[in-house]
Design a protein around this ligand. Structure first.
Ligand SMILES: C[S@@+](CC[C@H](N)C(=O)[O-])C[C@H]1O[C@@H](n2cnc3c(N)ncnc32)[C@H](O)[C@@H]1O
Length: 498
């Protein structure tokens, strides 16, 4: 086996693959080494420092902007066709890799077509890069001469970049196998570099690569797969091969600058760097709808590091629902086809953003006595930035004053959805709920946040037992929801112990 380059990798880390015309790399690797050293130190720190661990996971390892489709979107990748490698068990229990190709039909719908067993396919890719480490893919690459050129199993993605520099020619097809429908920062870089090198790049969904028992398969329902087939891409070629070295050096330098604040535990710089990274990615994209993408980036930023950007400042979000709770709200609004909404407690406008993001028919009245004072209108500004302001109204007063006004002005049953996340005392939760029940129509939903708070938990017990015309529906564990099944037919002295 030939060495790829004179790096000090542990021997077992070198891909166990033969490279034909292998020769040493003459690039100055000092920045790369420095980066590796720093990264190693951060890994060590992470074990003892919770904050570093949190940020490493959020900012460094899993920037989920990198939802594969989204990243390609940012790169301006066009929908064309899609290959998917799938492991299937044959009748004799032998596993075999099957390749699917998804092609657009005349309606523009991309349908997966089975090309056949890997060894019977009469097509050769010039290079296959595999970011999967699953044995099936490894065998797939190794056993069948699927690649006209070299075959690379990638453990360390940077090595791939370097090895490509040494071993690839311009042109040809690059096949990129993704671990699942997320793609990391590094994947992103590989795609970028490959877009400089190859004429055509095919992105593969490697979701099945781990085999049939892979958890992901159970999780991935048919419609999600279908969606993935609909989102396949071929990159625009950019034959700037000679720029690769410059790109790599700059990339490692940038990575190093990115990792150093972790060593100094400089949280603000970490967050700022991360934000700049997102922005740069957006700036470099050939897309024209950057304003729209910026909103997505901002919201991703809010969800991932819980900071919002107000007048170029990063403000820590300390009072808002979490991503799971936000998605829960969206799910409920969609499922019960709710559109006229009220929320009690606006703060940074995060729950409001989730609510208003569902579709254009949704409108929202937020009630919060402290929006302009305590919250410096952060919520209002965010909704304006996201373009939701036209469908939003604020009542800047306490819920116990605002709710009876709404009831008087709009009438009983004139809303579809009330989200209660204001003042969390027992009696205030009961009061908000009391009005909410009157304000929503039959078929409407009330959702209460923070049900693990002792006071709210007591209220929930009361609602569960004393409102027979409401049906509790299953939602995320920190919230409780009630569907109004019918009008109130209780006797005037109704009471159930709780
Ligand atoms: C937990 S925060 C709301 C977070 C927001 N729902 C989100 O997830 O983005 C609670 C909010 O309730 C507001 N609040 C406090 N007392 C209130 C009252 N009596 N009526 C309505 N809102 C109130 C506070 O100003 C604060 O903004």
């Amino acid at each position: 086996m030939s060495k790829l380059f004179n790096l000090s990798y542990p021997e077992e880390d070198i891909p166990n693959i033969l490279f034909k015309n292998s020769h040493k790399c003459n690039i100055d690797l000092s920045i790369f080494k420095e980066y590796n050293k720093n990264l190693h130190n951060v890994y060590l720190m992470e074990k003892t420092n919770k904050n570093v661990k949190y940020l490493m996971n959020r900012v460094f390892r899993k920037p989920d902007i990198s939802n594969m489709h989204y990243v390609f979107h940012v790169f301006g990748v066009k929908l064309d066709h899609f290959y998917s490698i799938r492991l299937e068990t044959l009748s004799n229990k032998n596993n075999c890799c099957i390749l699917y190709e998804s092609i657009k039909n005349e309606n523009g719908i991309i349908l997966p077509k089975k090309l056949g067993k890997a060894n019977s396919i009469n097509r050769k890719f010039k290079t296959l890069i595999c970011t999967q480490e699953g044995p099936e893919v490894y065998n797939f690459v190794r056993q069948y001469d699927y690649c006209g050129r070299q075959k690379i199993l990638n453990k360390n993605r940077y090595k791939v970049l370097y090895s490509l520099y040494n071993h690839l020619e311009l042109g040809g097809n690059f096949v990129f196998v993704l671990a699942n429908n997320y793609c990391s920062c590094q994947d992103f870089e590989i795609i970028y570099v490959m877009s400089l090198l190859f004429e055509k790049i095919t992105i593969c969904d490697g979701i099945y690569c781990h085999g049939e028992n892979y958890l992901g398969e159970k999780r991935l329902k048919k419609n999600i797969l279908q969606k993935m087939y609909l989102n396949s891409f071929v990159l625009t070629p950019k034959p700037y091969y000679k720029d690769l070295i410059i790109y790599l050096k700059n990339m490692f330098k940038a990575k190093n600058d990115f990792i150093i604040p972790f060593l100094t535990k400089n949280e603000d710089t970490i967050i700022k760097n991360y934000y700049n990274f997102l922005l740069q990615m957006l700036e470099e994209s050939p897309f024209t709808n950057k304003k729209f993408i910026y909103k997505q980036l901002h919201f991703h930023f809010i969800e991932s590091v819980r900071r919002t950007i107000i007048n170029n400042n990063f403000v820590r979000i300390h009072s808002a629902i979490k991503k799971e709770e936000g998605n829960n709200i969206k799910k409920i609004i969609k499922k019960y086809k709710l559109s006229k909404c009220i929320e009690i407690g606006m703060a940074f406008g995060i729950s409001a953003s989730y609510i208003l993001s569902v579709n254009e028919d949704v409108s929202l009245i937020s009630i919060d006595p402290n929006q302009s004072t305590q919250w410096k209108n952060y919520g209002i500004k965010l909704l304006k930035e996201f373009g939701y302001n036209k469908r939003h109204k604020l009542m800047e007063e306490t819920s116990y004053l605002a709710l009876p006004k709404l009831l008087r002005d709009y009438g009983e049953g004139s809303f579809d959805f009330v989200f209660i996340d204001g003042f969390h005392t027992f009696e205030m939760t009961n009061l908000d709920f009391f009005y909410a029940v009157h304000l929503i129509k039959v078929g409407g939903v009330i959702l209460i946040d923070d049900v693990l708070h002792k006071s709210v938990a007591q209220s929930i017990k009361f609602f569960d037992t004393n409102y027979p015309h409401l049906q509790r529906i299953n939602v995320y564990k920190t919230q409780a929801a009630y569907l109004k099944k019918s009008e109130d037919t209780r006797n005037w002295d109704f009471y159930a112990p709780f």
